[in-house]
Design a protein around this ligand. Sequence first.
Ligand code: NAI
Ligand code: MG
Length: 354
Amino acid sequence: MKILVLPGDGIGPEIVAQAKKVLAALQSDGLGLELEEAPLGGAAYDQYGAPYPEFTQKLAREADAILLGAVGGPQYDKLDRPLRPERGLLAIRKDLNLFANLRPAILYPELANASTLKPEVVSGLDILIVRELTGDIYFGQPRGVRINEAGEREGFNTMLYSESEIRRIGHVAFQAARKRNRKLCSVDKANVLETTEFWKEIMIDVARDYPDVELSHMYVDNAAMQLVRNPKQFDVMVTGNIFGDILSDEASMLTGSIGMLPSASLDADNKGLYEPSHGSAPDIAGKDIANPLATILSLAMLLRYSFSAEEAAQRVERAVKAVLAKGLRTADIYEAGTEKVSCSAMGDAVVAAL
Ligand code: NAI
Ligand code: MG
């Protein structure tokens, strides 16, 4: 199995180096993995003058799975939009048709105090948000800024979903729900937006293939409220690109620790790009203090979804739980009574636990 590693920018190389240690340990235990490495984002701009250069594209298309750190940084903010690091990320998602974004939000018992919500509201939280990633208002045409008939400037974007786009993300979500507690909540704004009323209609149709999964519907504004009022009522949520962007960030904060949250972006054949939910954290880059666990947990998702290596995935997850149980914490999750460790020491500890 071929894994392409894209360290990216900022803390990317530091956190990815820890995941590579874990990979090396799994390899030495006989898991057949082959690694390649390429730049993406700002690192790719520096080297090739483009955020998703041909060199990276070729390897990305050949790989079975991709592990990414993060991209972006203030030194690239003045570049034209097409050259910016974040464009590299959009480009690779689109190029590989990674339409299904899986974002788990899990509160580990050892980190119960990290959440800003009351322990009884979030303890034991384990939800999965399935976000459609290649359609919706982020990609719909036409878009832009124009002069209207009254001679005033106006901005516009188009919310657009084809039936097949909704069906395929629906199937991913129902299958994910089947592997969990068989409860799926589809989030829409069907009372106001035709596109999402259509979304709801198609989800109801897809549900006929999954009689064992209980489908419910919720308006996105209510979903935003319910996520902070009583998040444990949810198991799997499925929604479009823009609602999913916002709700998945909201859900990640229920756990209080962005440094802990992995993500997967999959195509129709379970080829996937796996990355921590956070960005390149330029404020702490190069200091060896970033939390590498979101990246290591992304590697666990890679093993699970792209390679069906469930046992190896669980080994990695158990190793992460073991280091937390030992009291080891990077700065972002540190609290009194625990032991503060560096990014690289955390990586070493996970390997030792593995
Ligand atoms: P960010 O997620 O990079 O950082 C937000 C805050 O969380 C910062 O204080 C940072 O130090 C902290 N943080 C993030 N990851 C951490 C970790 N692993 N351990 C400890 N602390 C951590 O978001 P921000 O600051 O809005 O964006 C910074 C850059 O990252 C920008 O250029 C942005 O465009 C890019 N970005 C890239 C993403 C990606 O590659 N998928 C996603 C989000 C942002
Ligand atoms: Mg976001």
